[in-house]
Design a protein around this ligand. Structure first.
Ligand code: URA
Length: 184
């Protein structure tokens, strides 16, 4: 029902330019719920999250810690429709999607959350803190059933532009693997 509500949503202007709404993909009650920013061109075409170049890098990174959307991961975005030209989502667009994201986290019921990039981190945590302030800190998400441990890291699109930051992202993933108790 939540998926249908998201797919039918006309709560902001992005519904006019989208081809497909991207709800999410993966398993229920996963070890990790990955939350990205918003669909890009490929995702908007296919209706699936992280299927372009960033998605390939994300899948490869997850594989290094024994994680995949086919076995123990659920992948979603903070914003469910593509902003034209991949511009940053506007505050009113993030606000329109926020209740969906909160409900989705509750229903997916993840053991841990991995948030990718500043835009997603600010949307999930309802904060205007910088990525530098949030990365590398023990964080948690307040869910109805208790606190869900959360790791904020770099967005894969940023890592494609700045490969030297991959070492720092790798450290974030190791921390996540430990918290999510995934056997390597
Ligand atoms: N970038 C994102 O943040 N999400 C996607 O689904 C694809 C690229």
């Amino acid at each position: 029902a939540l998926g249908a509500a998201i797919r039918d949503c006309e709560g902001c202007g992005l519904c006019k330019s989208r081809h497909q709404v991207v709800v999410g993909e993966g398993v229920d009650s996963p070890a990790i719920m990955v939350i990205g920013e918003a669909p890009g061109e490929q995702e908007d075409r296919q209706g699936l999250p992280f299927v372009g170049r960033s998605g390939m890098l994300l899948d490869n990174m997850l594989a290094t810690i024994g994680a995949s959307r086919h076995t123990n991961v659920y992948v979603a975005n903070a914003i469910k429709c593509r902003p034209p030209g991949n511009r940053n989502p506007r505050p009113e667009e993030s606000a329109a999607c926020h209740p969906f994201l909160m409900r989705q986290i509750a229903l997916v019921n993840p053991r841990t959350i991995l948030v990718l990039g500043r835009v997603a981190a600010q949307a999930v945590l309802s904060t205007d803190s910088s990525l530098q302030a949030l990365r590398g800190r023990p964080l948690s998400f307040d869910a109805a059933g208790g606190q869900i441990p959360m790791v904020v890291s770099y967005h894969p699109a940023y890592l494609l532009r700045r490969p030297t930051e991959k070492a720092a992202a790798w450290e974030d993933l190791q921390r996540l693997r430990a918290i999510a108790a995934i056997e390597a």
